[in-house]
Design a protein around this ligand. Sequence first.
Ligand code: ADP
Length: 519
Amino acid sequence: MSRAALAIERLMMYEEIEHGRKLNRDIINNVNEGILFVNTDGVMQHINKALSQLFEYREWTEGTLVPAEDWLDAFSGRSNESAELRQFYVNAMSELAADSSTKYSLGKEEIKHVDVYAIPVLRREDRIGTLFVHRDITREYELDLMKSELVSTVSHELRTPLSSVLGFTELLLSKTMKPEKQLKYLETIHKEAKRLTELINDFLDLQRMESGTQQYSVEQAHLSEIVLGVIDQYKLSSTHHILLEDDALHDEVAVDKDKMVQVLTNLLSNAIKFSPGSREVRVQLQNEPNRIVVRIKDQGLGIPKNQLGQLFQKFRRVDNSASKRIGGTGLGLAICKEIIEKHKGAIGIESVEGEGTAVWFSLPVLLAEDGRHAEEMSRRGEGKEQKPNVMIVEDDYSLSLLLSEELKGKGFRVTHHYYPQKAFDQALKSPFAAIVVDLMLGEELNGWDLIRMLKNDSRTERIPIVISSALDQTEKGLLENVETYLTKPYPPGELSNTLQEIVEIRLKSGEVLFPDHDS
Ligand code: ADP
């Protein structure tokens, strides 16, 4: 009996010890910190789950002893500060070492920042090993970085306009000057004050978006219409010519129009701002299966590859002198991303440093219920369809829109221009099935000048021209070079019919009508 009792007691004791051991293991495995215990010879006796995940070190099983050289190689080898981390481990394990800590980082694309501290583990008075505790501090690190970026951005972006405002008002107060000069100063003050307001609006927007209190009033809209409207705003004020290549037959989207305008304005002003050496920005609209993609391309400074991934984060700006010289808060792209994602869309950026940048975003399109559109769009998305390209040179926004809708519906790809010279340059670069010209264009050159330029150049003389004008037919001499003369207001169907006839004739005579999509 007593022997049996002893055996049962032993069994119970064993179970109790086993229970305690498992409990300890579970506790250690469930803490967020990565724990590593090494004995006085540097042999690794235990690591917990968090640490094996952090270093993607899954070879270890409980009870295995790993010599110092092996785990040191495996762990420090993963760090971006390999030599420093190794040295830290080695120093911390030395007999006399007290508490110590360091920070290091892991990973190339998605960088993790880690803080590690080491403490000697004592049993009574004797040291039995060293405990290393690793904590993922990526979030704190990024917050810290953002804080310092915020301070430097705010101080720079506030100070610059403020110093103009102060300087110019002081001048106005202290000196009498000619009215023209006064006006010029006042305009500068006004411009700088507006810049300050925009900065504050950006901050507030972002804050509202992050706290989820931003209101979206979504309605059905045509994206091409919104895009053309924004481009129209830039027509007079911009240093750049903005060219729209509209290839999207299905552009019905459910969006908050003001927010879309905000996104487009932001992206266009970036494209202009960061391409000081060029004069052109291209906007392309295309359908992909179930989506519409807007791409804004410039030939500007471009962005170094290693910084591309970070620019949608707040306050992030390209870290080089050429880009830094150009003002900005680094909030625009973060705001765009937030807005586009709220509309179930996606946004991205592609760039080659020194060559240019393309920022694109895509949104789901509203499809016809019978699925007709979906099928057609997937065909188009695969690029099986080639469409004749027509250029519309027209400075009236509403008419451009009307003609564009009609022509896209009849299977044309439409390129919009409003400067004759730019239209001519483009005609040299890619084949057009026809060019529709409004006669009353800009001040320097008009539609007739464009027609003359096209007809006098052997590379463009064969492109058929359709005049779309509010004027009655004049300049008879030139008219013989022109295919058709449409007097406004004419039904858009008349234009598309004319163009279809032209295309048929030209196809029969074997002309090249289809542009390369990326040209
Ligand atoms: P901001 O323009 O106010 O600096 P954004 O968030 O709009 O802020 O852009 C962040 C950074 O991305 C810019 O500072 C710039 O360095 C880079 N960037 C954005 N768009 C372009 C572009 N089209 N070309 C080159 N760099 C760009």
